[in-house]
Design a protein around this ligand. Sequence first.
Ligand SMILES: [Mn+2]
Length: 348
Amino acid sequence: MTVAGAKRSDRLLKVLSGYQHVLVLTHDNPDPDAIASGWAIVAMVREKTSLPVRFVAGGAIFRAENRRMVELLEPPLELVDQIEVPEGTATVLVDASPQAVNHLLGDASLPTAVIDHHQHEGRRPRVPFCDIRPKVVASATIAAHYLREQHMDPGPALATALTYAIRTDATGLRGFSAADHRAMRWLSLRADHQKLTDIENAPLQPDYYADLLLAMQNTFVYDDAALCFLPRAGGSEIIAEVADLLIRHRDLTRVMVGGVVGGDLLVSVRAKAGSGDASDLVAKSLKGLGHGGGHRQRAGGKVSNIARGERVSEDLQSELRNRWLGVCGVDAQRGSRLVPKREILENL
Ligand SMILES: [Mn+2]
């Protein structure tokens, strides 16, 4: 079904035209990039075909900025617990890998189309349409490119979502590609910059400060690597957020943050450019225990059904600590606290 020389978005639309329904899916607990890029695909399908289309993801949205984004921009996303895929439905997986287990399709069935920018293990998925570009910082860059190819006006809400997606997904990544710059320039003229500012300054829940305090108190430093197990995590996003904050530490080059959400241990790993591959570090740390993947500088993973309680057991903590120090090539040692509160107070 390949149309030689055609634009990629034309090829996608051609593939979809062989179906009666379109289901756009993205990863669980969708982040701005997942929301915006899926939305753009929905908008394109709506404008260019007469096919009924739905946009779904599992999980929930916790991060204050992302909730504000959804409130202000109203993406056509439905959060659901499970999906039914009726006969004749094309499934379009956006901002996620078919091999990953962090989406509603799981690894049980292959989608019709994949649009993504994560590093994929092994061979490209054998699907009718596949556009994987690990060199762009966000799936939103690919989606914005499709809209331009189709001469579509995204409108201020979608343009704002795509802009916010690229800004947030670029956090900690080195190297905006030429395509990312082009997308940002195009989107910037169309985005609502007041709304963008409102999203970035979303009101924070009182709990957020408690989560942050607990995170700082539970972060241990081992040479230039850090490890933090959150005693509690309201959602997956606080884990990622703490990892993003820690990796900005001048002297740290690799960090791992873990927390229990819904009975699963979720981890976020960050590596500074030139200090190893985060997706590799997380995959090796969780080998045999769970799954992990992502980008060179930002990655995540999951160990399913670890405990009934909110905390990670001491045994699992020490196992992961040993593995983490091992993959980071750091000698086994007692960690020092990131924030040695007593010393700080004594030195006042
Ligand atoms: Mn993304």
